[in-house]
Design a protein around this ligand. Sequence first.
Ligand SMILES: NC(=O)C[C@H](N)C(=O)O
Length: 337
Amino acid sequence: KEVETQQKLANVVILATGGTIAGAGASAANSATYQAAKLGIDKLIAGVPELASLANVRGEQVMQIASESITNDNLLQLGKRVAELADDKNVDGIVITHGTDTLEETAYFLNLVEKTGKPIVVVGSMRPGTAMSADGMLNLYNAVAVASDKQSRGKGVLVTMNDEIQSGRDVSKSVNIKTEAFKSAWGPMGMVVEGKSYWFRLPAKRHTMDSEFDIKKISSLPAVDIAYGYGNVSDTAYKALGQAGAKAIIHAGTGNGSVSSRVVPALQELRKNGVQIIRSSHVNAGGFVLRNAEQPDDKNDWVVAHDLNPQKARILAMVALTKTQDSKELQRIFWEY
Ligand SMILES: NC(=O)C[C@H](N)C(=O)O
């Protein structure tokens, strides 16, 4: 009978990358002061024995880092391993444990480049497992529940934090001290409660199976960097990034991706020299940057990131630039993904 249930359970692989979900503090009172990326995947899985009732789970330690230190090479390494597992007929779903600082970037990257309908769920925690009311165990339980559920197929890369199922494209870390840290301007896609998923909406943007990008065809990512807009800003950072070889610069603009008159000439010059200029917004609750609003993008040959925040715009620009250097193509891609 036990063998029978085991056979019916989905096979889920957990790829561990580090983060607070693998973190440890000196005492149970240390919910904010701790070291990330301390515990190995076997210990994480052993800490949630209830996973065994959801799926046949096995773990792989892909890296062990705090996510603020993730590099493009780390993204490629993880992405390629996810693709290999997705191609394996014995794997039904993939969970990735990840630090929360750049979780939204990794989730969006995978959403763009993994050609699979199998569930891919990225998960982290805000408190280390050693803290009182640690959130990692339940977040991981929920991630495995969602990854083993057939209903999760074809919905793009998902994020399970705080009982919510979020789209990896839309979700962003919005506060750094609460367990209710991950928000999307367009709302969660569903809820996961006691191991069961409840869905409310689907993503409208192209992703995974429907994407024109494929991790198997990407061997490196171009340099794309971000510069921040604020009062009294100078063009120093923008020029330095251009000189350092950036292929695109994401302007993390004020309000509607607006650009200071002190910066505009430098950006026009950079564009003439071949650097793509992409206007996004750093407003907290989600930007909405439109072409030719605030700046004459047609005249300047600049691109707008629409609702993508600067760090997500960087991910899409890198992936898009592996295929095209044309600013109109780039803008099409920014509307579609
Ligand atoms: N909550 C966390 O996971 C934060 C940590 N700095 C990380 O991103 O790895």
